[in-house]
Write a protein that binds this ligand. Sequence first.
Ligand code: 3HC
Length: 308
Amino acid sequence: MEQEQIFQSKIDSNQSIEPKDWMPEKYRQTHIRQISQHAHSEIIGMLPEANWITRAPTLKRKVTLLAKVQDEGGHGLYLYSACETLGISRDELTAQLLSGKAKYSSIFNYPALTWADMGAIGWLVDGAAIMNQVMLTRTSYGPYARAMVRICKEESFHQRQGFDIMLTLCKGTEVQKKMAQDALNRWWWPSLMMFGPRDEESTHTTQALKWKIKLKTNDELRQMFIDQTIPQIKLLGLELPDKDLKWNEERNHYDFGQIDWDEFWKVINGDGPCNKQRLESKRNSWFEGAWVREAALAYAEKKSDIYI
Ligand code: 3HC
């Protein structure tokens, strides 16, 4: 009881919790869940964009996309390392992902159909991720907060490159502008779902606020994202993807239409458009890459023999 009070008072006075500090088991487990889901999202999130590297329209776009996808892999690695400080191994985390037990962000279960999707993903998906993750740079668990600082800096570049693709398409031919509009229409609603269920249906928010894992609720962040993005849609000269989007003077926020929550629950429970394909692709590369891991281990052992 006393330990729990000391722990909570540290959180209340904005001191960070470090790996060797005492923490309630539920706090540890909550972090393992959230950080690993986040790491898996970064890794699975490489797939829809990697698919377009060979089809990028110019060398400059190809190099930029390649670097972005590589950054996402790096984010996964920082996050797995932060998670390992809580006493779980990277192998266990990988096994949870490959078996389908672990969740990852719903957004990566949608297909990237055209080049404009590379713009929409960078602009909207990374934009939504930043909205949520800037708050996480001040989250209570030290290793997670520190990993988020670097991740957020890189995500900001990702968002700019996505917006730049959209802007170029919108200044292009009618066909290109239509492609940009279609990408916006398809990625808008799944991007809003990234923030998680409505507050009244969110299992973890109340406790996460108390432990300062979350500093804002899912609905608050979703609203901030909508308010920030509408002017950007207007700047691009695209039509709003939701006919109910209207500025509300009283609330000082945009009102918006109904999110399809049935679709959200279906996707996070494994039945979205690309869930099976994403996991299969990850499993195949894990098994096909076994020889690389074995070779790296054998090389490390050989090297350590030399030095002994
Ligand atoms: N996709 C998949 N599952 C989701 C989800 C989503 N968009 N939103 C919520 N869920 C799951 C939760 O994980 C939880 O499931 P569980 O109890 O089985 O673990 C359940 O739905 C209930 O939701 P809660 O609101 O109670 O869950 P949280 O308090 O964890 O809030 C969250 C959800 C806001 C996503 C929070 O976990 C979070 O901030 N996570 C860290 C950030 C993150 O993981 N972002 C993912 C995107 S990363 C990314 O996009 C990569 C970038 O390169 C673009």
